[in-house]
Design a protein around this ligand. Structure first.
Ligand code: GLA
Length: 399
């Protein structure tokens, strides 16, 4: 073979190799699975549970947590999937013990946190605990900075299944925030007990899906229509990052806290479900009104949230003056959840064109997840929607 031949053969082999690489990448045959730092098999669907913060803030203690756990079970909420009980800020002291371990507040939790974990586990539920990445928590208690390993070990000893990790005291560069969250993710990995890592750092960062299971996408929610929509809209911007094992978190559910109307709470619950958001209730489960309890227990809406495909719903139509349509692809073939959202102050008729949901659908079987109605519809579906209300349907392609 002449040098010229050798060169031509070499160029041909390289070209063939490149074509193979390009084709393989395009069809994704041998694309390696991405490796996630904390991919411990948890949170394959969005976590569901209860956290006292939005209702009780720091006014928590052993008695209150146990009573709320009892109510969670008694009210039938555990039975429909709410299983993580997450003790938020203020459970700890402002100092550490001589060995450097975090200690439970002597007055609020005199028997320590393992007792709380045992109680929660005794009811067949899971135990979540709050900590923060800086020197202090957001309520100025002890933070985990430079104590990540020892704290994660304590959490494992106490039976913690879920760590909510806050971003206080709000100082430090973006690089530092990432480093400190990563340190805790690694510490949890080493602690020998699988735990969900919920990152409450207010804004989404692209590194979050790589190191934990939940990432807050905006500041604290409040029991208010405008605040609720703001958190929902912001969360929607990161839909492409969501997958089983990583969930965008628009913050806790306010359902039952009393400042929004039942229609608005139904809207909130529906929007969280179409987002595939974590469903973390944060009201008083003992005194919650029946109609609000019924919202939290709608198993068909919960099923949309918990759908195994793990897709986050996206906006598919917008009138520009407050009438919107949102859609979420579901795991069952040809199935979607669709929400007609009326952000205005008057009743409106909202329509959805099947082709905007999926270009292959011309006819669909519809079931209304709040009213229980349904039927088969060609091309479009329209419904009257209350002010600040929603209509949520599940559809299946039949043509
Ligand atoms: C921050 C978080 C809240 C709550 C408080 C506790 O504000 O976003 O969810 O955990 O801290 O201090």
């Amino acid at each position: 073979m002449t040098p010229m031949h050798k060169m031509t053969t070499f160029i041909r082999s390289v070209s063939v190799l490149m074509i193979v690489i390009i084709v393989t990448a395009a069809v994704g045959i041998s694309a390696p699975e991405p490796v996630y730092a904390l991919d411990n098999g948890l949170a394959r669907t969005p976590p569901m549970g209860w956290n006292p913060w939005q209702r009780f803030q720091c006014k928590i203690d052993e008695k209150l947590i146990k009573q709320q756990v009892d109510a969670l079970v008694k009210q039938g909420l555990a039975g429909v999937g709410y299983k993580y009980v997450i003790v938020d800020d203020c459970w700890m002291m402002g100092n550490r013990d001589p060995e450097g371990r975090m200690i439970a507040d002597y007055i609020r939790f005199p028997n320590g946190m393992k007792v709380i974990g045992d109680y929660i586990h005794g009811k067949g539920l899971k135990f979540g605990l709050y900590a923060s990445r800086g020197i202090l928590t957001c309520s100025a208690k002890m933070g985990s900075q430079e104590h990540e390993d020892i704290d994660a070990r304590s959490f494992a000893e106490w039976g913690v299944d879920y760590v909510k990790y806050d971003n206080c005291p709000l100082i430090g560069s973006e690089e530092e925030i990432q480093r400190r969250y990563t340190n805790m993710a690694n510490a949890i990995k080493k602690a020998g007990r699988p735990m969900i890592f919920s990152m409450a750092a207010y804004n989404f960062r692209e590194w979050m899906p790589g190191i934990g299971h939940l990432g807050r996408t905006y500041g604290d929610i409040s029991d208010d229509w405008g605040a609720m929509l703001r958190n929902f809209d912001e969360n929607a911007g990161y839909a492409r990052f969501q997958r089983p094992g990583y969930w965008n978190d628009p913050d806790m559910l306010e359902v039952g806290n009393g400042k929004m109307t039942p229609t608005e709470y139904k809207t909130m619950f529906t929007l969280w479900a179409i987002s595939g958001a974590p469903l973390i209730m944060s009201s008083d489960l003992i005194t919650i009104a029946k109609e609000n309890l019924a919202i939290l227990k709608n198993t068909q809406v919960i099923a949309v949230d918990q759908d195994s495909a793990g897709v986050q719903g996206v906006k598919i139509a917008d009138s520009g003056n407050g009438l919107q349509v949102w859609s979420k692809r579901l795991a069952a073939k040809g199935s979607y959840a669709v929400v007609l959202l009326n952000r205005t102050d008057s009743e409106q008729t909202i329509s959805v064109n099947w082709k905007d949901v999926d270009s292959t659908i011309t006819r669909a079987q519809v079931s209304d997840l709040w009213s229980g109605g349904g039927g088969t519809y060609s091309t479009t579906f329209s419904a009257k929607v209350l002010p600040h209300g929603v209509v949520m349907i599940r559809i299946k392609r039949v043509g």
